[in-house]
Ligand binder design. Sequence first.
Ligand code: ZN
Length: 264
Amino acid sequence: MVGSFAVHALVDAAGPIDTTNREAFPGASEDDWAAARALDPMAFGPDGVDGAWVLPFRAFVVIGPDDHVTIVDLGVGSSASPAAAWAPGPGELPEKLTALGIGASEVGTVVLTHLHEDHVGWVLGRAGLPMFGNAEHVIQAAEVAAVADERAIVEATVDPLRSFGLLRQVDGPVSLRPGIDLEPTPGHTVGHQSVWLTSGSETLLLTGDLLVHAVQLVAPSVAYAAEDDPVAATASRERMYAEARRRGASLATAHLTEAFVALP
Ligand SMILES: [Zn+2]
């Protein structure tokens, strides 16, 4: 619970990927790695920093206010999704939503923090149609523009959402509902956004890929090799960590072993 909001972290898929920890974060120092391993030992397999990066791919369900259902990010998706070629197995989000007692038609809002393959997997369900047919899908316009030449992503996200009238492009900070606010956090991608959840005295920051690994929690200036703009990404992390500390917020992360973490 975050005040009157119920927040559920759902792991769509999890496991090692074909990238070592060190390859993903080549600028991290041995001290950074030691701090990251203390905080999130499960991100490292038996071969440690030089072994595969082990991570979950997570979506967050937010219920409230007034029982409105919002999902933030949609995981790796089905065996037909763009991420299927490299993700550690097809996703299980539909079954996990069912287990929570939530039908796809009850979801009113989907927030996509960005349009990478591992965050948009369930835009389309197994039948190839939008899975959340009653939901507006909220994406920064800069992000939509940035992927215009990426056919596989556009065909799995922007095109079907647009043709079903489910695409809502926004430009900059937006308040979706009382206590649910979007803030642009560029760097990982051009149009990346994060989500503030505020209720009473409690605040949660749903980070998306503002950080992707514990090493970026202990050392915000450590770049991820796949970041679009490492300088902007570091600036976004430092700004948002400072604001989260000011607000006493914890973080809800897509890829750390623990869904909910405190800033160190
Ligand atoms: Zn990601």
